[in-house]
Design a protein around this ligand. Sequence first.
Ligand SMILES: [Fe+2]
Ligand SMILES: [Fe+2]
Length: 134
Amino acid sequence: MQWTEDLCVGVDFIDADHEDFITLLNTARAASDADFPAAFNALAEHARAHFAREEALMDATGFFATTIHKGEHARVLGEVAHFAEHLERGNIAFVRAYVAERLPDWFLQHRNTMDQATAAHAARAGHADAVPAT
Ligand SMILES: [Fe+2]
Ligand SMILES: [Fe+2]
């Protein structure tokens, strides 16, 4: 997956997080089996912080679909934790498939819907250049 300007949602810290997400995802995909667990854990750690920053912005701007957007973040973090357990049991191929086949599509769809709507709302509320609270 490639970062392009087309993926910008208009809030700088969200765009920076999305670029980082894609970089970490690509790093995990390209990693050897020996390096994959650390790369997956780095991606998971990034996702937790990235989602928390968006959630702080939703809270600050009174986003109308905060509950749905937070719920989707929680669902994905649960999924990531589930795959981290598989990784600990050595099921590397299974977790690789999740990273290669499911996460890219999830990210694009999430960016196109909930993240875009959150950013548009923040821009309307005068928070387009918001500084992340976390
Ligand atoms: Fe995001
Ligand atoms: Fe999000």
